[in-house]
Design a protein around this ligand. Sequence first.
Ligand code: SF4
Ligand code: SF4
Length: 306
Amino acid sequence: MSAVVRHLRFHGRGGEGVKLASRIVSRAAFVAGWTVQDSPLYGAERRGAPVVAFVRCSDGPIHERGYIEMPDVVVLMDHSLLAHLDAAVLHGLGEDSLLLVNTAQPAEEIKAGYAVPGRVVTLDVSTIALDLLGHRWLSAPMAGLAVKATALAPWPTLAQAVAIELTEIGLDSEFVERNLRATQQAFEAAPAVGWAAAGKAPPPARASATALFVLPRLPARVAAPSIDAEATSALRTMDGWRVFRPVVDLTRCTRCFLCFALCPEGAIQLDSQHYPVIDYDHCKGCLVCVNECPPKAISEVREEAA
Ligand code: SF4
Ligand code: SF4
């Protein structure tokens, strides 16, 4: 009997922890007894730009490789990507697929608003992360959502995976402990919906285990983006990239120019008085300016509240 391969595709933006989330899910599945394959795809790696990662779990050997064209599950770290067709979040989803979205919006709104085929589960993982971690550190709690929804592994196995992966990248034990609490909160809040739609048998494996290599040709804009192309130029806005926006308090600004010099997007200009002015059409929300401003004159404001 050929192996049944389950396919999970993770979408998010550079800096949101897409790769680490996929690693934690893979580790949990591996410890739970699955054969696992895990690989990220960065494209033109840039903080805030779309990032994809792939996890294959199987009850036997995995012989396929490459881009997951027909996922059983899509894990979406940042719902703003749904509006960007180039990110191809919904690509290959079918009636039995499952879309897991980090958002405060109800699942029905996401399903209807973006014509999502298949099932949708939403959870406000950003708020869990902000409450328990103080930052939008999404990897571990998003893994909690993914592992619970797919019933890939029980909580003790996931906790073990989180501890191993976060310790391996050098996080201190106190932050690992807080991540475990955030992950557990997401895990407990998520429904265990499983792979197939309610009342249906599990869908058949979507790729044959005898297909040795599946390496589809990616469109040029994904495989080899050009720095001169419209998609990466000033002609294209960063609309939807930000989770937080930087806001300058001019009463505290000492006009040191550091934010102007260090903004990686060139999104900060100086006015005639040499005060910084942020171009919100091209600010991607990386918050480098917030971290670098010596008198802490720039604060981060959640985009929905701005
Ligand atoms: S203005 Fe600040 S947050 Fe926006 S892109 Fe520049 S450094 Fe990043
Ligand atoms: S880094 Fe801070 S103090 Fe310096 S110019 Fe920018 S906002 Fe003003």
